[in-house]
Design a protein around this ligand. Sequence first.
Ligand code: PLP
Length: 405
Amino acid sequence: MTTTMQTGHQQFIKRTGDVLDGLIDRGEYKYLETLTSPMGPTATLDKYGEVLVFCSNNYVGLANDPEVVEAGIEGLRTYGAGTASVRFICGTFQAHHDLEETIAEFMGTEAALSFVSCWNANEAIFPTLSEPGDIIISDELNHASIIDGIRLIRKGVKKTVFKHSDMDALRGKLEAVKADPDVTGVTWVVTDGVFSMEGDLADLPGLRTVCDEYGAMLIVDDSHGTGVMGATGRGTHEHYGLPGHAPEGIDFFTGTLGKGLGGGAGGFVAGPKCAMELLIQRARPGLFSNALPCTVACSAKKAIEILMREPQRVQKLRDNTKYAREGIGKAGFEVIESPTAICPIIVGETSKAISMSKRLLELGVFVIGFGFPVVPEGVARLRVQLSAAHTTEHIDELIAALKKL
Ligand SMILES: Cc1ncc(COP(=O)(O)O)c(C=O)c1O
């Protein structure tokens, strides 16, 4: 008798195909567009030609800045592709020290340490620096990399979530900590600085006050705030007039180099020097994985230097955002209000957001639709993101295309 038992491989291929078919049937499948030009206020897509870009985090227009590009090329020439090793075995290039000093200067912290992404930085900070007896209290809408970083923490550290930006809910959690005999160590309160789906800001002064009442540390992932918020783009803390260090300001930052600060890749933890030393000793993403490529380290450092030299880019971004928000509103769309460069236009169903985004592309405007499960059912949206590199004409074209929808 012959059996028709499937091999594990066949079973896997069938199962994966079913999942993908399900995504396509529900209109949730993400098709990746192919770019054939650098990222800027416009870009070329293989299927649509030149389009206006309103979906990039290229907030201050540095992704294809000639100085940023040149610094990357020079970094590649000076240091080659890499050490072909992790930092603690074959050493670390001067380029990484230089980048880390520049990040610390920019953020207003004692020190900084780079990683290949902010995802990695969040996977490094929480499991490495927390100890049994600590508790981590995280905003419910924090980015997935914070959630996953916290998931990696070993046993003995308590974890809990507070209602989004709700100071009373946080106080409730901290009261419970006071009465919890298992919490003998440090209390960590963790938040995004700018929440990427709504574009809203964390109430950092409120969080600092509540943290101080209970002796808690405040950790801010400001990936969408660096280069955007505050008079000189230092981030959400600058917007509120807080310094980048404890005790008056933020205990730790995590952030990305893959958005406003050059847009290539890379992330960092910034805060007290002793913490960076311990991360070098123990953080698994650094111990067991190569450093940021030097070409990226050099281009990101240049991007930060340009931003420090030309803070007017941040004002331009703010002016563009104000102009776009007013225009989108006048065109009859509901935009979630916020001081950030993220303008979510609520459209309802996921499939509607996706079809509107496709139509916009046909009209030469690149805006992405976000639906379930990235945002709750019924509040799917087009997320319009502004850049300092946009001209008024670009924004007028966006609004004209939205009107055609
Ligand atoms: C708040 C936040 N943290 C972390 C990340 C991840 O950044 P990276 O691309 O550097 O891993 C993102 C990117 O979407 C983000 O928005």
